[in-house]
Design a protein around this ligand. Structure first.
Ligand code: NZQ
Ligand code: ZN
Length: 394
């Protein structure tokens, strides 16, 4: 196991009614608050009114309309508001997009140049405004990590940046706020949680027993609770388990002591930058095709471990058979929960940009679990155009 420092400063308030702590948390920093949110879901589910009511003693400025795949223009707007009104604290209420944009707003508010500089060069992120968030969608793990993913559609770049100072000061995670998430976003969010777990689980670091069992636990929770949440959106236990899975999948718990470059995320970020697709749907489409590509003599043991510990497929003599069955099950799971599973279904009808996108992704994949060349990425993208052929009869 590699060396690591366990240092997660975010205070996480998990469970029903934790929002009551909000006034106290905000007051630690001052009265001038920038409230950030997305396209209006928080107005429909009553959270906006609740926040305004709890913070009636504060002076609240608002930045609404933060887009899924949040854009650098929103970050710039938010930073301007912070500077203009000398904001004390940012309160982000929403999913990963709102929280990610708010992290960069917090940094850009204390930076004299253009916000995009900070996305391109994390070393420029120094001082930041304090950030508190109320999470409304279980997916990204941003509520307890240092990352922010911002898109610049003008340059066709979607870049994840990270800095210790981007950890939120506090995150309020009340699963009841996810009751209103529709089936599509619920399934997509869970695919994102699973993808984070896969990216970390499939590594060459051996004897990381604890991290591996934690990862398998997170995957099993997703597989168990997603269908329940889809069937019964107000099921508290299902929503709570998915929310906690979202946090644990990407707060370092499964990656401390191991790690290495990811694979499906760099490819998906390029797809999103070119086509503005839902992040997690891109991942669901890519993952089984990547798995097909990644199974080989060196990796099959780990795939068979995934098969056994997550899908209950007994490890027989033929490890490749176990691996193939596990990949089939992964693909079928995403299909069963209603996710689009081909590029055409998300509006990527042609191969026009395959070479260009693969060229952009490939340099980040040279040292991945199974290194990928530009041509490998192109081949994976072609595989994503057709429904995947099952290799077993399930
Ligand atoms: O904008 P509103 O109206 O709020 O609607 C949103 C949006 O349309 C809706 N939604 C959120 N909470 C809801 C709700 N609808 C009803 N009820 C609720 N309670 O869901 C839609 C998607 O929201 P978004 O925030 O975009 O989703 P998600 O949380 O999946 O975030 C995706 C972004 O995070 C990045 C992705 O690349 C993408 O840009 N990621 C961030 C990571 C990180 N910071 O660590 C890691 C991830 O791998 C990922 O890259
Ligand atoms: Zn992700």
């Amino acid at each position: 196991m590699k060396n690591f420092i366990y240092d997660i400063p975010t205070k996480l308030y998990f469970g029903r009614d934790q929002i009551e702590k909000l006034p106290d948390l905000i007051n630690r920093f001052g009265k001038k608050v920038l409230l950030t949110y997305g396209g209006g879901s928080i107005k429909k589910n009553g959270l906006y009114d609740k926040v305004k009511d709890l913070l009636k003693n504060c002076e609240i400025f608002e930045l609404s309309g933060i887009e899924p795949n949040p854009r650098i223009e929103s970050v710039r707007k938010g930073a301007e508001l912070c500077k203009e009104h000398q904001i004390d604290v940012i309160l982000a209420v929403g999913g990963g997009s709102t929280i990610d944009a708010s992290k960069m707003i917090a940094a850009a508010a204390k930076y004299d140049g253009d916000a995009w500089d900070l996305v391109k060069n994390r070393d420029l992120i120094k001082d930041v405004l304090p950030l508190i968030d109320i999470l409304t969608l279980s997916a990204t793990g941003t509520e307890m990590n240092t990352s922010s993913v911002i898109t610049n559609f003008k340059t066709k770049e979607k870049i994840g940046t990270s800095a210790y100072s981007l950890y939120p000061y506090a995150s309020i995670c009340d699963p009841t706020y996810t009751f209103s998430v529709n089936p599509y976003q619920t399934a997509a969010g869970t695919a994102d949680i699973m993808s984070h777990t896969f990216e970390i689980y499939f590594s060459h670091e051996e004897e990381v027993f604890i991290q591996d069992r934690l990862a398998e636990g997170i995957l099993s929770a997703c597989i168990h609770y997603l269908p329940i949440a889809l069937e019964d959106p107000h099921n508290y236990d299902a929503r709570a388990n998915l929310m906690w899975a979202s946090t644990l999948a990407l707060n370092g718990l499964t990656s401390f002591g191991k790690g290495g470059p990811w694979t499906c995320h760099p490819i998906e970020h390029v797809l999103s930058a070119y086509y503005d697709i839902t992040h997690a749907v891109g991942l669901a489409i890519l993952t089984p095709r990547w798995m097909d590509f990644a199974v080989n003599e060196k990796t099959v043991e780990r795939f068979a471990m995934y098969a056994e510990n997550v899908w209950g497929i007994p490890k027989g003599d033929d490890l490749f058979a176990s691996a193939r069955l596990a990949i089939d099950k992964t693909y079928q799971f995403f299909l069963d929960v209603g996710l689009p599973m081909t590029l055409g279904e998300v509006g990527i009808e042609t191969d026009e940009y395959f070479e260009e996108m693969a060229m952009q992704a490939a340099p980040r994949l040279e040292n991945s679990y199974v290194p990928l060349t530009k041509d490998d990425v192109v081949n994976i993208l072609y595989a994503c155009r057709q429904p995947r052929k099952m290799s077993t009869s399930l």
